[in-house]
Design a protein around this ligand. Structure first.
Ligand SMILES: NC(=O)C1=CN([C@@H]2O[C@H](COP(=O)(O)OP(=O)(O)OC[C@H]3O[C@@H](n4cnc5c(N)ncnc54)[C@H](O)[C@@H]3O)[C@@H](O)[C@H]2O)C=CC1
Ligand SMILES: O=C1O[C@H](COP(=O)(O)O)[C@@H](O)[C@H](O)[C@H]1O
Length: 261
C-alpha cells in the first residue's frame, strides 16, 4: 500500500499493538480524540501526521481520510457495559461517518474492529464452559447470524452491517475483524474464556497487516491466536487474508505464566 493508511483509535490498546508490530512499513495518518505522545507514534510519524478529533465530526474525518488508500477503524467505546448513548454516538454514528468519508475519498480498503461480543449470546448455559475447552468442537465461523449479549455487541453488529452496505452499494472493500481478547505477552490469567479467544500482540499486528495487503470484497473473520482451546474458527482469516498466527494460549499455564519456565 503506497498511499497513507488512516488508523483511528491509534492511541488505544489495539492501535498501539498494531503500531508496535507494523509501524515501519506504512505511511500512517493517526487519528484519536486524545493527543498521542512521541512514544505512541512509530518512528517516522511526526506530530503533523496525527489528527486529534472525534470520529463523529464529519469535516475533521473528511480531512483526515483525504488521500488515504486504506483505513483501519478502531476508535470507539470498547466497554462491554457501555451504555446506549455512548455506543450510539461513538460506535455506530462514528463508524458511519468514517465509512462514508472513506467512500467519498475513494479509499480502497476498510478494516473494521468488530468484536467477539457480536456473538456473545451463543455462549449459552448448556454450551459453557465446555465450549472453552480443547475437547469441544463447537465453532463459530463468521457465517452465523449476530447474537449480541449486550448493547456494545449490538453496536459492533451494526458496524458490520454498515460495512456490508458500503461494500454492496459503494464498492468499498471491507473486512470486519471480530477481535477476541487482546493482552500483552500472555493470555488473560485465570480466565478460561479469555484463553480460548486470546489474541497476542504479535498476531494482532500480523492480522491487521494481512488486512491491508490481501484482496477481498466483504469479509467477517475472527481475530484470535491459534489457541488449542477455541470456539472461533480462524479458517476464513487464513484462507482469504493469509493470516498465519504464531501464538497459542496452550503454551501458557492457566495463571498466564509460560509453560517452558
Ligand atoms: N482490546 C480488545 O481486546 C478488543 C477491542 N475491540 C475493539 O477494538 C477497538 C479498539 O479497542 P481498544 O484499543 O481495546 O480500546 P481503547 O479504549 O484502548 O482505545 C480506543 C481508542 O479510541 C479513541 N476513541 C474512542 N472514542 C473516540 C471517538 N469518538 N473519536 C476519536 N477517538 C475515539 C480513544 O481515545 C482510544 O485511544 C474498539 O473498537 C473495540 O471495540 C474489539 C474486541 C476486543
Ligand atoms: O470487545 C471486547 O472484548 C474484549 C474481551 O471481552 P471480555 O468479555 O473477555 O472482557 C474486551 O477485553 C474488550 O475491552 C472489548 O472491547
Amino acid at each position: 500500500m503506497d498511499e497513507p493508511v488512516l488508523l483511528t483509535g491509534a492511541g488505544g490498546r489495539v492501535g498501539q499493538a498494531i503500531l508496535d508490530g507494523i509501524g515501519e512499513p506504512y505511511d500512517w495518518r493517526l487519528f484519536d480524540r486524545e493527543p498521542l505522545s512521541a512514544e505512541e507514534r512509530p518512528p517516522g510519524v511526526s506530530r503533523e501526521d496525527v489528527v486529534v478529533g472525534d470520529v463523529t465530526d464529519e469535516s475533521t474525518v473528511a480531512e483526515a481520510v483525504d488521500g488515504c488508500g486504506a483505513v483501519i477503524h478502531l476508535a470507539g467505546d470498547p466497554r462491554k457495559t457501555a451504555p446506549w448513548d455512548s455506543v450510539l454516538r461513538n460506535n455506530i454514528d462514528g463508524t458511519q461517518v468514517v465509512m462514508n468519508a472513506s467512500v467519498e475519498a475513494g479509499v480502497e480498503k476498510f478494516v473494521f474492529a468488530s468484536s467477539n461480543h457480536v456473538v456473545g449470546a451463543y455462549e449459552t448455559d448448556d454450551r459453557t464452559p465446555g465450549m472453552y475447552r480443547t475437547s469441544d468442537e463447537f465453532r463459530l465461523d463468521g457465517t452465523e447470524l449476530p447474537r449480541p449479549g449486550n448493547l456494545y455487541g449490538v453496536s459492533k453488529a451494526t458496524g458490520e452491517f454498515l460495512g456490508r452496505y458500503y461494500h454492496d452499494e459503494h464498492d468499498l472493500s471491507v473486512v470486519c475483524v471480530r477481535i477476541g481478547n487482546l493482552t500483552r505477552e500472555h493470555p488473560p490469567p485465570e480466565y478460561e474464556r479469555g484463553h480460548a479467544m486470546w489474541l497476542s500482540h504479535r498476531d494482532c499486528a500480523h492480522l491487521f497487516d494481512r488486512c491491508l495487503r490481501a484482496d477481498y470484497g466483504f469479509e467477517i473473520v475472527y481475530g484470535i491466536s491459534d489457541n488449542d482451546r477455541k470456539y472461533y474458527s480462524i479458517d476464513r482469516a487464513r484462507e482469504v487474508l493469509g493470516y498465519d498466527p504464531q501464538d497459542n494460549s496452550s503454551e501458557y499455564r492457566f495463571d498466564g505464566t509460560p509453560k517452558g519456565e
